[in-house]
Design a binder for this molecule. Structure first.
Ligand code: ACO
Length: 324
């Protein structure tokens, strides 16, 4: 049918930062963070855990599960908004790290929705280039883009990577369809500057450096509405009812966003995979990390219908349906 996922992998940095630890950095506490976000801990990268290194480690695990060698990989798509460098792409660094000599590689930046956008890119590539094998990776080190003096944002994010190996199969399995959307007019509700320009004519007077800036309440409102709309449209287009979904794997932003979304959709909580309490919001990495954990925990089996959804800066958002 479409891109069939042959293997999943993830990699989380070793260092765990708890809410209690955060209380020593900014004026906050465990009770506030837990009740507003559902997050208890997040992982923070250190030496040897750059964005591309986490991504490569996740990819190795996915290839091991898929029993695919690195020489068999034809394409590497990486979703990230915290690449090691602006140029070359994170995907090229991962290609070098893995020794993927037969692949071409590029990045996708759709903020927290990046993995869904990359999955859709990969799915469409495979439907044309049947017989190829690809790596799709979401990897982030948002700790490097967080303003550690801003308690509104620094409590939310974490680092990590997730990856999948996919190929086209002519059967009922794989990505069924995706519904992806964006609205650039809302860019200023959630954004991150680049480094200040070297060309004085292009300098932005208010560029504070590469920090995430956010209007939290607005983001919350849009996130719930947008994901609900994308899911409903996708399911109605594909003639699938909510009860047929075996497991929903949403972007792990915030437990309150997820609870609201799930209750508006009428999905039972036991059908929703949640790990935001452990890793916080890992942006483009959150869906593939969750997919890998759910897979390794045996939360779904061959033939199950999975629904993934996401929302992020841009704004970007969407949903995908997969037959495992
Ligand atoms: N610790 C203690 N108090 C805090 C903290 C903190 N970390 N942060 C804010 N506060 C205070 C505020 O200063 C404010 O105090 P005041 O009433 O004296 O002014 C009070 O808490 C309430 O602040 P609000 O911002 O109104 O709190 P809210 O209930 O909206 O929760 C939050 C904030 C958690 C950011 C919420 O708006 C949210 O989850 N938004 C979604 C953001 C998100 O998920 N972004 C990720 C990227 S997009 C995505 O992935 C979907």
């Amino acid at each position: 049918m479409g891109a069939v996922i042959l293997g999943t992998g993830s990699c989380l940095p070793e260092k765990i930062l708890s809410n209690h630890d955060l209380g020593k950095i900014v004026d906050t506490n465990d009770e506030w963070i837990l009740s507003r976000t559902g997050i208890s801990t997040r992982r923070i990268s250190g030496q040897g855990e750059a964005t591309y290194q986490l991504g490569a480690a996740a990819a190795r695990k996915a290839m091991e599960m898929a029993e695919v060698t690195v020489e068999e990989i034809d394409l590497i798509i990486v979703a990230t908004m915290s690449a090691h460098m602006l140029m070359p792409s994170c995907a090229c660094f991962i290609q070098k790290e893995l020794g993927a000599v037969n692949a071409f590689a590029y990045d996708v930046n759709a903020a927290c929705s990046g993995f869904l956008f990359a999955l859709d890119n990969g799915d469409k590539f495979l439907r044309v280039e049947k017989g190829k094998k690809i790596l799709i990776i979401g990897t982030e080190t948002l700790s490097s883009r967080t303003n550690w003096e801003d308690r509104n944002t620094c409590i939310l994010f974490g680092d990590g990577a997730g990856a999948v190996v996919a190929e086209y199969q002519d059967n009922e399995r794989g990505v069924i369809a995706s519904n992806l959307l964006s609205d650039g007019t809302l860019w200023n509700l959630l954004y991150m500057h680049t480094a200040p320009s070297c060309n004085p004519d292009l300098q932005l007077a208010d560029n504070p450096g590469s920090h995430i800036l956010m209007e939290g309440r607005e983001v919350f409102k849009y996130a719930v509405k947008a994901m609900e709309g994308a899911i409903r449209d996708l399911l109605s287009r594909e003639n699938v009812d909510m009860d047929s979904i075996d497991l929903m794997i949403p972007h792990q932003a915030n437990i309150r966003i997820l609870r609201k979304l799930v209750s508006r959709l009428g999905v039972k909580e036991e059908k929703v995979f949640i790990n935001v309490q452990k890793y916080g919001n890992t942006s483009a990495a959150s869906v593939p990390i969750a997919l890998d954990e759910a897979n390794r925990e045996g939360r779904f089996k061959r033939g199950d219908l999975l629904l993934v959804c996401s929302f992020g800066g841009g704004f970007t958002w969407g949903a995908s349906l997969l037959r495992w």
